[in-house]
Design a protein around this ligand. Structure first.
Ligand SMILES: Cc1cc2nc3c(=O)[nH]c(=O)nc-3n(C[C@H](O)[C@H](O)[C@H](O)COP(=O)(O)O)c2cc1C
Length: 151
C-alpha cells in the first residue's frame, strides 16, 4: 500500500474540498491510500509513513498562509529525502497559480531533498467564501489521478 498525505489550511472550507477531490482521484488507483489532515494537526513524527505529501493553501494576499509556509519549512528539517511533494491553492479573480507557485519556490528553497511534482494545482472559487467554481472539482480529481499514476 502506498500512502499519501494531503494537508491543507482552509478558512471557509474550499481548500479542504479540493483536498477531498484530489483524494478521490488518487484512490481510483489500486493500492493508494490517502490521509487528509489540517496542516496544524499532523504529527510530524508520522511524516515518514508517506510516499507523497500534498500541501494546500488558500491564496491570502497573493501567497500561501503562514502556517502552510511554516509546515514547508519544517519539512526541510525532517529526514524525508526522495519523497514526492506537490502544492495546490485556491484563489479568486486573476490570481491563478500564484500561491501555488510561491509554495513551490519555498519547497525548492527549504525542502530541496523532496522530489517536487510541478506544476501543482490551482483551483478557482467564486468569491471569498466560495463555492469552488464549476468544473474545478473534476480538475482536482484529475490531478489526484495524475499524482497516483506517477507513484
Ligand atoms: C485575508 C484574505 C486575503 C485574500 N487575498 C486574496 C488574493 O490576494 N488573491 C486571491 O485570488 N484571493 C484572495 N483571497 C480569497 C481566497 O483565496 C479565498 O477566500 C479562498 O480561496 C477560499 O478558500 P478556503 O475556503 O479554503 O479558505 C483572500 C481571502 C482572504 C480571507
Amino acid at each position: 500500500m502506498t500512502k499519501a498525505l494531503i494537508v491543507y489550511e482552509s478558512k471557509y472550507g474550499n481548500t479542504k474540498k479540493v483536498a477531498e477531490m484530489i483524494s478521490e482521484g488518487m484512490k481510483e488507483t489500486a493500492g493508494v491510500e490517502t490521509e487528509l489532515a489540517h496542516v496544524d494537526s499532523i504529527d510530524k513524527s508520522r511524516l515518514k509513513e508517506f510516499s507523497v505529501i500534498l500541501i494546500g493553501s488558500p491564496n491570502h494576499v497573493g501567497g500561501p498562509v503562514g502556517n502552510v509556509k511554516k509546515f514547508i519549512k519544517q519539512l526541510g528539517k525532517e529526514d524525508l529525502a526522495g519523497r514526492k511533494v506537490a502544492a495546490f491553492d485556491t484563489y479568486i479573480g486573476k490570481d491563478f497559480g500564484k500561491a501555488m507557485g510561491k509554495m513551490e519556490q519555498l519547497i525548492t528553497k527549504k525542502a530541496s531533498g523532496f522530489n517536487l511534482v510541478s506544476p501543482g494545482l490551482s483551483i478557482k472559487v467564486d468569491g471569498m467564501r466560495g463555492p469552488v467554481s464549476e468544473g474545478e472539482d473534476e480538475k482536482s480529481k484529475e490531478f489526484g489521478r495524475k499524482i497516483s499514476a506517477g507513484l
